[in-house]
Design a protein around this ligand. Structure first.
Ligand SMILES: Cc1cc2nc3c(=O)[nH]c(=O)nc-3n(C[C@H](O)[C@H](O)[C@H](O)COP(=O)(O)O)c2cc1C
Length: 198
C-alpha cells in the first residue's frame, strides 16, 4: 500500500533505531513491491535439487534471483520483516519470495539425518499489519494464520530467535475511526522497547 502501509512504517521505525544502536552496521533493504519475482516451476525445483557443482549454466541462470535473495539472508545477522496480512495469510509477493529462499545447500543443509535450517544464528523481528482484530475475545482470534505460518516457515530455516510486533485493526485507520499517529503510537512504543539501551 505504498506510503499508507502500516507494516512498512514499522519496519522503517525499527531500522532507524537499529542504525542508532549499530552505527557501524550495514542495512540491506529488500522491497518486494519493486521487483517481479517469478513463480517457481519444475525447472527451478530441479535446479534447486541439483548439487551446486553439477548445475548447468542454464540452471544457474534459473536460480540467479533466488541466489541473490538467499545471499542477502545468509549475509545478514538480523532480519526486520514487514508482512501485510492478505486473505488470512501473507501477501502474494511475500509468498513468492519465501519460495525463492528455500535453497538446498544454502538455507537448508541436507545431512544424513535429514534436513536442517542453516539460519540458526539469526534473529528475526516481524512486523505484521492486519485490517481486523485478532485479540483473544474477537471472533477472528483463531483466524490469524499468518503468525503461526511465519513461525513454522522461519523455524524450518533454523531461525529460533523470533519477535513479533502485531499491528491489527488497521481497517479503523482506513475508515477514519482512529488517526494514523494514534493507531501507530503503541506499536512504535513496542518497537522502541526492542532497543532498551537507546
Ligand atoms: C488484498 C487484501 C486482502 C486482505 N485480507 C485481509 C485479511 O484476510 N484479514 C485482515 O485482517 N486484513 C486483511 N486485509 C487488510 C490488510 O491486512 C491491512 O490493510 C493491513 O494494514 C495491510 O498491511 P500494510 O498496511 O502494511 O499494507 C487485506 C487487504 C488487502 C489489500
Amino acid at each position: 500500500m505504498g506510503q499508507a502501509s502500516i507494516s512498512r512504517h514499522l519496519t522503517r521505525e525499527f531500522v532507524q533505531r537499529w542504525r542508532s544502536a549499530n552505527p557501524q552496521g550495514e542495512v540491506i533493504t529488500r522491497d518486494l513491491t519493486t521487483i517481479a519475482i517469478p513463480v517457481i516451476d519444475a525447472a527451478w525445483v530441479a535446479a534447486n535439487y541439483t548439487p551446486r557443482e553439477l548445475r548447468t549454466q542454464q540452471q544457474n541462470e534459473i536460480l540467479a534471483l533466488s541466489t541473490e535473495l538467499t545471499g542477502e539472508l545468509l549475509d545478514a545477522d538480523e532480519y526486520a520483516i514487514g508482512v501485510p496480512m492478505h486473505n488470512w495469510g501473507p501477501s502474494s509477493s511475500f509468498k513468492l519470495w519465501v519460495d525463492q529462499i528455500v535453497r538446498f545447500g544454502e538455507t537448508i543443509a541436507i545431512t544424513p539425518s535429514g534436513m536442517n535450517g542453516t539460519l540458526d544464528t539469526k534473529r528475526a523481528t516481524f512486523f505484521i499489519a492486519a485490517g481486523r482484530h485478532y485479540g483473544p475475545p474477537s471472533a477472528d482470534a483463531l483466524r490469524n494464520h499468518l503468525e503461526p505460518w511465519l513461525r513454522t516457515f522461519f523455524g524450518s530455516l533454523g531461525v529460533r530467535d523470533m519477535r513479533f510486533v502485531f499491528a491489527d485493526g488497521t481497517a479503523e485507520v482506513r475508515k477514519g475511526m482512529i488517526g494514523r499517529a494514534a493507531f501507530l503510537a503503541p506499536h512504535v512504543d513496542a518497537v522502541q522497547s526492542l532497543f532498551p539501551g537507546n
